[in-house]
Design a protein around this ligand. Structure first.
Ligand SMILES: Cc1cc2nc3c(=O)[nH]c(=O)nc-3n(C[C@H](O)[C@H](O)[C@H](O)COP(=O)(O)OP(=O)(O)OC[C@H]3O[C@@H](n4cnc5c(N)ncnc54)[C@H](O)[C@@H]3O)c2cc1C
Ligand SMILES: NC(=O)C1=CN([C@@H]2O[C@H](COP(=O)(O)OP(=O)(O)OC[C@H]3O[C@@H](n4cnc5c(N)ncnc54)[C@H](OP(=O)(O)O)[C@@H]3O)[C@@H](O)[C@H]2O)C=CC1
Ligand SMILES: CC(C)=CCC[C@@H](C)[C@H]1CC[C@@]2(C)C3=C(CC[C@]12C)[C@@]1(C)CC[C@H](O)C(C)(C)[C@@H]1CC3
Length: 503
């Protein structure tokens, strides 16, 4: 292809990606979701899951035992296709690993007396909220985005606006059932095999295959009373945000920074008594994107600083616009006409976007886009926002507080006592002129390491193995890897998340 044609193709792919998305990916996503809704309903109606679980676990054990018999030639990973994972890149290591099929996709049991739900690892957040919310229950932390799987959230991490009370996703898990590298099944919890229980989070499937987990339940009411607090000035923003995060009356706390000195802090509580004229079904297809709706609250003209959002609308408030990533894919996606006509098809499935990503878009995102979630102690929030402004100048920034305890494992508070942390989510096009992906990201990673922070690993990490082990506490992890003979069974976490391991 001539140079002109190539650059024309690149121009079209970059500036008209929305054509592919609107005319192909949106309808395809809608049909795919429809198929799975029916499939789940039928599987449930047949009550297939509870009866089949044991058989499905035995099939995983059999796969691992066969792998052992064949001489353990390659290391193990799950057979989930890389394009389906909720991470920016695809796991290249799967091509050179022995893949274990883990088709565990169902809700197993809801025990309302003891307040837990037992689920298989491929259950998604969308499926779980569909099951639980009509029953008047919820898990305490419901990570955004329907397609997140329980397995990925346990083995990686998960966070949402209730995390300031309930911690990260692993803090709401009561037990894990796993198949180990020798083909045996093990259960672990705080009181049983507790060292394994604390090592599983952030282990990225490198200690065993997760086959079920029990998650705590709390009563859910049908609405969230959401208060919007427009705040101006970085000092005031940090003060208001940290104060809201430490106030135990707030069941939900979230902040969106729309510029270096203007933000909206949101506090929420469950309620069954909404004021009828203030109900906002923000999840309806024709409604504005949530972050755009929030941005309007900065304007003093919009007096209405209290709204009542239906529970499921609140839990998946950022899903239609994929936080603010959809605006780079469908620039006119928040336009009223588009929303009324095609909003019901949004969002395009992230997995389909990944599946159809071209080298051109990949290069574009690599060199002109940043996607990171940096977890920083709340006492360093002011400093970190300034660092992000100088290094990237990307807005909006997502601020999500979470309580981090001292339980052993890869991620714990480093100050010797439990403390409030903040997830600073950065998703967008850097405005600074000197943005260089590796240099800028390594600066952010160094800032995190120097301030007792962490980096979410669904995103690119440019840390060296030594820096990675400096950021994440490998003491207990290394001990378990040895105890469970993982060395030649599973790769190490770093070998699954580093830039070399992903394409
Ligand atoms: C345990 C459980 C798992 C579910 N899994 C899914 C799912 O994977 N995908 C999805 O879209 N929807 C799921 N649902 C939601 C389900 O689709 C709706 O709640 C149900 O269709 C509503 O119809 P119903 O009122 O007849 O349900 P119910 O009358 O509550 O129950 C209908 C069926 O659910 C079974 N059931 C009820 N409670 C339990 C329990 N604690 N453990 C196991 N089986 C139970 C009963 O045996 C019966 O066959 C699940 C619900 C429950 C309680
Ligand atoms: N609000 C939030 O908290 C959000 C979080 N995220 C990120 O998304 C990730 C989850 O994405 P998702 O696509 O669900 O997960 P992935 O499929 O990406 O899995 C993440 C890791 O968990 C491992 N894993 C998954 N299931 C199992 C299992 N049953 N047994 C052993 N290992 C397993 C995978 O191993 P393998 O590679 O072998 O398959 C992989 O290393 C989270 O970790 C989080 O970082 C993204 C958006 C929002
Ligand atoms: C802790 C929290 C809230 C994290 C939110 C992370 C999301 C914003 C991330 C997770 C996966 C993610 C990186 C993704 C993308 C955007 C940002 C996402 C959705 C997109 C869709 C951007 C466009 C890209 O071409 C491509 C399709 C590869 C990715 C896929 C993953």
């Amino acid at each position: 292809m001539s140079a002109e044609t190539t650059s024309l193709m690149k121009y079209l792919i970059i500036n008209y990606r929305w054509v592919l998305v609107c005319f192909f990916l949106l309808p395809l996503s809608f049909l795919y979701n429809g198929y799975f809704a029916i499939r789940n309903w039928i599987f449930f109606k047949l009550s297939s899951a509870p009866k089949n679980h044991l058989k499905k676990v035995q099939s995983i054990q059999k796969q691992v035992q066969e792998w052992n018999k064949k001489g353990r030639k390659k290391k193990l990973c799950t057979a989930r296709p890389g394009w389906q994972t909720m991470s920016f890149r695809r796991p290249a290591y799967k091509n050179t690993s022995h893949q274990i099929v883990v088709d565990l996709v169902d809700v197993l049991e809801i025990n309302l007396d003891q307040r837990w739900v037992e689920v298989e690892p491929m259950v998604t957040m969308g499926q779980l909220t569909t099951v639980l919310n009509p029953l008047g229950w919820t898990i305490p932390v419901v990570p955004e985005l329907d397609d997140l799987t329980v397995g990925g959230l346990v083995m990686g991490t998960g966070i949402e606006s209730a995390s300031h009370k309930h911690g990260l996703f692993q803090s709401i898990c009561l037990s894990y059932e796993m198949v180990l590298g020798d083909g045996s099944v093990i259960n672990c919890s705080e009181n049983e095999n507790s060292e394994l229980f604390y090592s599983v989070p952030w282990s990225y499937g490198t200690l065993g295959i997760l086959t079920a987990t029990r998650i705590r339940l709390i009563p859910a009411k049908q609405f969230i009373k959401l208060k919007y607090h427009a705040v101006h000035g970085l000092d005031k923003i940090c003060e208001r945000f940290v104060e809201a995060s430490s106030c135990s009356d707030n069941e939900f706390v979230e902040g969106i920074l729309f510029g270096p000195d203007r933000a909206v802090v949101m506090t929420g509580n469950f309620t069954d008594k909404p004021e009828p004229d203030k109900i906002n079904c923000i999840g309806k297809w024709y409604k504005p994107w949530f972050f755009k709706h929030v941005e309007k609250k900065l304007n003093p003209y919009y007096k209405n600083d209290v709204e009542y959002l239906p529970l499921r609308d609140y839990y998946h408030r950022h899903t239609r616009s994929i936080f603010w990533e959809a605006q780079d894919i469908i620039p006119f996606g928040n336009n009223l006409l588009f929303r009324v006509l095609l909003g019901w098809l949004m969002p395009p499935k992230v997995s389909f976007l990944k599946l159809t990503q071209t080298e051109t878009t990949k290069e574009l995102y690599e060199n002109h886009h940043v996607i990171q979630d940096i977890l920083i102690p709340a006492k360093h929030l002011h400093k970190s926002i300034k660092m992000f402004h100088e290094t990237l100048e990307v807005y909006p920034l997502w601020l999500c507080p979470f309580y981090l305890g001292q339980a052993p494992g890869m991620v714990h508070s480093k100050s010797g006592k439990s403390e409030m942390y903040v997830d600073v989510g950065v998703y967008g096009v850097p405005k600074v002129l000197d943005f260089k992906p590796e240099k800028s990201t390594r600066k952010i990673e160094k800032f995190a390491i120097d301030h007792d922070g962490y980096q979410m690993l669904y995103a690119d990490t440019y840390t060296t193995k030594e820096e990675f082990r400096n950021m994440f506490d490998h003491k207990l992890y290394d001990k378990l890897r040895k105890k469970l003979n993982c060395e030649d069974t599973f790769p190490e976490v770093y070998e699954k998340v580093s830039r070399k391991a992903r394409i």
